[in-house]
Design a protein around this ligand. Sequence first.
Ligand SMILES: CCCCCCCCCCCC(=O)SCCNC(=O)CCNC(=O)[C@H](O)C(C)(C)COP(=O)(O)OP(=O)(O)OC[C@H]1O[C@@H](n2cnc3c(N)ncnc32)[C@H](O)[C@@H]1OP(=O)(O)O
Length: 231
Amino acid sequence: MLRLCSRLLRGGAVIGHLTSWSHTGPSPLRCFSVSHSCHGHRDYSLPNATWSRHTQELYRKYEELSKIGAWRRIPSYNSSVHHMADAPPRGSRVTRLFTRNLDQDGVGFEYSMFYNVAEKRMICIFQPGDYLEGPPGYTHGGCIATILDSTLGAGAMYICGKVMTANLNINYLNPVPLGSTVIVDCHVEKVEGRKVYTRGQVRSHDDQILHTEATGLFIKLNMREVDHSTD
Ligand SMILES: CCCCCCCCCCCC(=O)SCCNC(=O)CCNC(=O)[C@H](O)C(C)(C)COP(=O)(O)OP(=O)(O)OC[C@H]1O[C@@H](n2cnc3c(N)ncnc32)[C@H](O)[C@@H]1OP(=O)(O)O
């Protein structure tokens, strides 16, 4: 396990890579405020010309809510290490975050996440592009799983620090049209020891269609083990 953690941490697969870490515990908000000016890298959570009217309207709604303090937008870069205050050297490898791996705007995962501390809630405004097709005209179920995993996981990370997905259960209720705007609405239900239990839904932008329901179990990484594993 120790070697596994070490490998994963070096490989950049851990959600918690997106946060900073100190001996007193996680400080994701501090990290993300630093990351707002993250080495000049593009912040993909900001609107671009491919966003539909519905996507832009939802974004503006949460941006307004952010101004009165309840919500915060999470910046989003195309590599995990760009999110990290304590990034390891990258060497010669050029890695990309799975959800940000296309160079063209609008064809893949277009999304922006907002977090509400008091409600332990993370929402993601998601517009699936045409390269995410599963059934004709609809979003691939694996892509829906990905955005759910990312949103549930980001919420767990903001509550607990570094975590990894241990279990993800999904009920696909109604297909998600390509190019539509949906809201991925997730929250942390409870924390028991290292286990972080989360729940989420994917709904249409107007809340009229419940597309998907999910639960996710995330495990807090034991940082003492991780530290020792790098010896
Ligand atoms: C912000 C920007 C946005 C962007 C955000 C971008 C986010 C990207 C999201 C990507 C997320 C991923 O893809 S993560 C990658 C996919 N996930 C993985 O590869 C994980 C592979 N699995 C593992 O590495 C390991 O199994 C761990 C780390 C999950 C757990 O191992 P461990 O650390 O040894 O812990 P372990 O002792 O086994 O388990 C601890 C406790 O959890 C329980 N437990 C463990 N697994 C399970 C399970 N599947 N179901 C039930 N319970 C479980 C155990 O019984 C135990 O309970 P008790 O005895 O304490 O009661």
